[in-house]
Design a protein around this ligand. Structure first.
Ligand code: ATP
Ligand code: ZN
Length: 225
């Protein structure tokens, strides 16, 4: 079990697509902070809330381990890691809020000249992805047996390199897929940034801090609409 903590700790992406909008949201909710010398922490001044700046992929595990209480992360990363953590016997992580930005989708994409007749045509093929858990769940749901090739970057060039027959990758505009002669044929997950947290209340008074902060964030989000 994690050590007792009286300040709420939220994990954010250090840089990348979700880092700045996450900080803007917290600032709009009235949180002010000062930065630690090593730039890993932002210490909240206006509320007992500290921010931990990390790679997005680490956020679900930090919540599961109780190092952080909440995290701002893409649903794609949350679901992928929760499925893996769930398989290890950990409690599920859930979405405490949907934030409406950072939208993208996890799509299956095939060669631009190929015909799409449905998931069954993927049987026996090699699919490159950074999301083996989400892809595996979808393949099982569709009753398709295919081979998953796990790559942690440059997924969309795998077919050109002969590493895979098709890909399952994040798409927002489709430009990267098109540049690699691929076209999206089906979406397996719609994603946006979310506030992720445990499926139960926080302890040591941190739930009350979270309720206060989330109320302010809800207000800030309504004003923006
Ligand atoms: P990190 O260094 O933190 O691991 P990263 O390279 O994995 O960063 P980013 O590219 O910054 O991550 O993307 C973070 C999240 O932004 C994605 O997981 C996804 O939820 C969201 N996102 C929105 N649009 C896109 C897109 N077009 N491509 C990739 N991710 C997108
Ligand atoms: Zn990442």
């Amino acid at each position: 079990p994690a050590q007792p903590r009286e300040r709420l700790r939220i994990a954010l992406q250090k840089s990348g697509r979700l880092g700045d909008p996450a900080r803007e949201l917290l600032a709009a909710g009235g949180l002010t902070w000062r930065e630690s010398r090593d730039r890993l922490f932002l210490y909240g001044e206006s509320l007992p809330v500290d921010l931990l700046l990390v790679r997005d992929d680490d956020i679900p595990g930090l919540i599961t381990d109780g190092v952080c209480d909440l995290g701002i992360v893409g649903r794609n990363v949350l679901v992928e890691n929760s499925l893996a953590l769930g398989a290890q016997g950990h409690r599920p992580l859930v979405e405490w809020r949907q934030l409406g930005w950072g939208r993208c989708s996890l799509d299956v994409a095939i060669g631009e000249d190929e015909e799409w007749t449905g998931p069954q045509q993927l049987a026996g093929l090699r699919i490159a992805t950074s999301y083996p858990q989400i892809l595996g769940r979808w393949l099982r749901q569709e009753g398709v047996e295919a081979q998953t090739v796990v790559l942690n970057g440059s997924v969309e060039i795998a077919p050109r390199l002969g590493q895979a027959d098709l890909v399952c990758d994040l798409v927002s505009t489709g430009g990267t897929l098109r540049a690699n002669q691929l076209r999206p044929v089906t979406t397996i997950l719609d994603s946006e940034a979310v506030i992720a947290g445990p499926d139960q209340r926080l302890e040591d008074g941190r739930q009350e801090i979270a309720d206060l902060l989330l109320g302010r964030l809800d207000g800030a989000m309504q004003l923006k609409e």
